[in-house]
Ligand binder design. Structure first.
Ligand SMILES: [Ca+2]
Ligand SMILES: [Ca+2]
Length: 240
């Protein structure tokens, strides 16, 4: 089984050597406090139109077919994440992305650690330990998953939610309430049968993260005192 998986993994990975392992370079939305904010990254692309959908099945998916974004929340709040197909995103990008994405609590290893990838020895050993069908990679679209780097260190992703472009208009958006912490969003194509296309075009996309502002405690205090004044006025009227 080990040999079978290794061969399969090698066959799947060889044409994709130009693609980096999991990383967030140019895809870090940053940290948000109670003031909230909105950041748009319009220069992104993903190779192939199926990476997200491929993580829906029993053999999981190759994380190289998705792009990882990250952000940090300083407080519990509501976020909205949107992805839209954008043929002009890069010099080589094309139109037609059918986007899907999943949000996870947790981050992949970043420098100075080695990057996580599906064919790290520890990743392969872990995936084989799960049994069942041989896995195409470590990515799972609707469940917790984990992946290691070449030093055998694991990153763990806890599933928070997802959205997929079910009406096929090239746009998808989702709103989620999240606790303070670090998050990763994996974006990829939602067209499952596109994996039959071996050419892996670079599908351009624009991604926007909007973080809702959270009222500060002083604001609540003002609001409550305001209500108190209204209540007192109403009581005065009642007693007349
Ligand atoms: Ca799969
Ligand atoms: Ca849509």
């Amino acid at each position: 089984m080990k040999t079978t998986f290794a061969l399969l993994a090698t066959a799947l990975t060889l044409p994709t050597f130009a693609h980096a392992h999991i990383g967030y370079n140019g895809r870090n939305f940053g940290s948000f406090d109670a003031a909230g904010g909105s950041v748009t990254l319009s220069n992104q692309a993903v190779s192939g139109n199926y990476g997200w959908a491929d993580g829906l099945d029993d053999d999981f998916g190759d994380s190289h077919r998705l792009r990882a974004f990250r952000f940090t929340l300083g407080t519990e709040t509501t976020i909205t994440f949107s992805v839209a197909a954008n043929p002009g995103a890069t010099a080589s990008s094309v139109a037609g992305l059918i986007p899907g994405f999943s949000i996870f609590s947790g981050l992949a290893h970043v420098s100075p650690f080695k990057a996580d990838h599906d064919t790290a020895a520890a990743s392969i050993d872990y995936l084989e330990s799960l049994g069942g069908v041989a896995k195409e990679g470590a990515f799972r679209a609707l469940a917790d998953w984990r992946i290691a780097n070449d030093d055998g260190l694991f990153s763990n992703f806890t599933f928070m939610g997802y959205a997929a472009d079910t009406d096929l208009d090239g746009q998808v958006s989702g709103t989620f309430t999240l606790a303070a912490g670090d998050y990763s969003i994996f974006v990829g194509g939602a067209n499952y049968i596109a994996q039959l296309d071996p050419t892996l075009p670079s599908y351009g996309m624009t991604a926007t993260l909007t973080v809702a502002a959270v009222p500060e405690p002083e604001t609540y205090a003002l609001l409550l005192s305001g209500l108190g004044l209204i209540g007192a006025a109403a009581r005065r009227r009642m007693s007349r």
